[in-house]
Design a protein around this ligand. Structure first.
Ligand code: PLP
Ligand code: SF4
Length: 351
């Protein structure tokens, strides 16, 4: 077994295991001894990463993102906050935009982030078995699709062999030119960035333009191991995605630190996501005005290319919209439906 698989399997898998892991720290224990129901929301935290959290105070960005909390049972939010189900074409494929589609090869993740917008769908068992044939047939029939975006779950939790198999299958479909991996794994289990994985990417380097987009929300998630291993992947397009989260990174200084760190390591900050209104994530929500005020401060301290786009996914499957409005910090309550260029598609006062 390679190191990353060991790191992955040595994990805390229930609230009880989390309690006992953190028990020798009195501050942590007091905070944890509140009720949490892991029948409703699953718990998964690799011990290698839990070790990192243990050294930090309970109000730290890492604690907030990854340690289960009874606030997850606050009422509110939606089960499918971005409306993916409206655009699902096969069990594994979401085709929302003409030239690109999301491909979900697994529902397994390297960690269960407490703020996850898919938290109501997460399981530790892989629910997808054999839908590949349907998915490939759909792709063959849709020559407008040029890019496949692997998401999940987390696609880099798959074995090298599975990834190679998927890339091989896609390489037979002529109109697919771009491949993208959206992944949290390199940050959580940096040992995943092996030479073998790089070899798999290298094999398809002339066939596809390959992008790896890292999901990272705070500089505290960074590690020396990630930094070292990432150097080997610099021949691919490296991007990052960050979710703006209350109590984690909802201030300009933390975001500036993160984006500079990424930029220094040849990772281009791509998207800053306004949090989706998923059920169980009420305590991470911030309003759009607050997000816009933070975003407005970034340009003074970051070069243009270090600033990601601030993006809002409109509930109901209406898709991504620019969240920043330089004319108005207040949210009007109306958003444009780009498909029909009609307004409004939504009148919400809580964004
Ligand atoms: C975000 C998203 C994409 C990718 O969009 P990009 O702007 O190219 O990053 C594709 N399909 C769906 C359904 C999405 O939500
Ligand atoms: S890795 Fe992504 S999909 Fe998985 S729990 Fe975290 S945010 Fe959700």
């Amino acid at each position: 077994m390679s190191d990353w698989k060991k790191d992955f399997s040595h994990s805390l898998k229930s609230f009880k295991e989390i309690q006992s892991f953190f028990a020798d720290s009195p501050e942590h224990y007091n905070k944890l001894s509140q009720h949490f129901d892991d029948n409703q929301y699953s718990v998964f935290l690799p011990i290698s990463f839990a070790q990192k959290i243990k050294d930090l105070p309970v109000n730290s960005p890492l604690w907030k993102q990854f340690i289960p909390h009874h606030d997850e049972f606050i009422q509110g939010g939606m089960l499918d906050p971005i409306g993916d189900q409206n655009h699902q074409k096969t069990k594994q494929l979401v085709h929302r935009y003409k030239n690109r589609a999301l491909f979900i090869p697994t529902t397994v993740c390297p960690i269960h982030c407490r703020y996850c917008f898919r938290k109501n769908e997460l399981t530790s068992n892989d629910v997808f078995s054999q839908d590949l044939e349907h998915t490939l047939n759909y792709l063959l029939d849709h020559s407008e699709i040029e890019e496949i975006i692997f998401t999940g779950g987390d696609p880099l939790i798959l074995s090298d062999k599975k990834i190679e198999g998927l890339l091989h299958a896609l390489s037979q479909i002529e109109h697919i030119q771009f491949i993208r991996f959206h992944s949290r794994t390199p940050v959580i289990l940096p040992s995943r960035l092996t030479d073998e994985l790089k070899n798999v990417f290298d094999q398809f380097k002339t066939r596809f333009h390959i992008t790896m987009s890292l999901h990272i929300n705070h500089a505290q998630e960074w590690s020396q191991e990630l930094e070292t291993r990432l150097v080997e992947f610099r021949s691919f397009n490296l991007l990052s995605q960050t979710v703006l989260l209350k109590g984690v990174n909802d201030n300009a200084n933390d975001l500036v630190d993160l984006f500079k760190l990424l930029a220094r390591n040849s990772v281009k900050p791509y998207y800053l996501h306004h949090p989706d209104q998923a059920q169980g994530t009420e305590h991470f929500q911030i309003d759009l005005q607050h997000g816009r005020k933070i975003y407005a401060k970034l340009r003074d301290q970051l070069s243009g290319w270090m600033i990601p786009e601030y993006i809002l996914d409109i509930p109901g499957g209406y898709g991504k919209n620019l969240a920043y409005n330089s004319e108005n910090i207040e949210f009007s309550g109306y958003l444009l439906d780009k498909n029909s260029l009609k307004r409004p598609v939504t009148k919400r006062t809580t964004l």
